[in-house]
Design a protein around this ligand. Structure first.
Ligand code: FMN
Length: 178
């Protein structure tokens, strides 16, 4: 893939909050998690844990644990990513900033999101209340909840329904040291 193709993919992605009823195939989700697993991570700790939720009943129950926008019952599949912090203890000499374990999980989430875009699927990151999800999924104590990703097929006509949200001028956000 050249840069132009990558740029096209990046520009194609935007947050989609409502989807068609067409289910996303489990094999496609596994392909996405396969590329997520190739993400960079601090000292290759691979702290991401993926919780893939197809169950409509579970999605409905989880809605209260979403910070804003309870859209997740309108998605085909909802993936929750948690972070395994056990590396903090097993590799203390290399994990000098424990937040980097969660940053690594965020990198994996972006692989899922761009992979979904390349598959022609819509996606949206969802902020989650840590405690409620932790209890709901019965996660071990050394895992934190990083976030959720909704995935689904576009509703007919939805693909071209809006441009990207406006971005601040890039020039104000860059400092170049020469
Ligand atoms: C860390 C993070 C948390 C987000 N949380 C939510 C959320 O809880 N609900 C939601 O609808 N969108 C959420 N979003 C999506 C943003 O609202 C969206 O990316 C932003 O408005 C820019 O729009 P775009 O993704 O279409 O370019 C989140 C995005 C990020 C990166």
């Amino acid at each position: 893939m050249d840069f132009a193709a990558f740029e096209k993919l990046v520009k194609q992605r935007r947050s989609i909050r409502y989807y068609s009823d067409k289910p996303v195939a489990k094999e496609d989700i596994l392909k996405l998690l396969d590329v997520a697993h190739l993400s960079p991570s601090v000292e290759n700790a691979q702290p991401w844990r993926f919780h893939v939720i197809f169950s409509q009943e579970m999605k409905r129950k989880l809605m209260a644990a979403c910070c804003y926008g309870n859209f997740i019952d309108a998605t085909s599949v909802f993936i929750i990513v948690s972070c395994d912090h056990s590396h903090e203890h097993s590799m203390p000499e290399v994990v000098w900033n424990p937040r980097e374990l969660e940053f690594s999980c965020m990198a994996a989430m972006m692989h899922v999101i761009f992979g979904a875009t390349a598959m022609g699927l819509g996606s949206c990151w969802v902020s989650l209340h840590h405690g409620q999800i932790h209890e709901f999924l019965k996660l071990p104590r050394d895992q934190t909840v990083v976030g959720g990703v909704m995935l689904g097929h576009f509703k007919p006509g939805e693909e071209k329904s809006r441009e990207h949200f406006e971005r601040a001028p890039l020039s104000k956000l860059i400092t170049i040291y020469e």
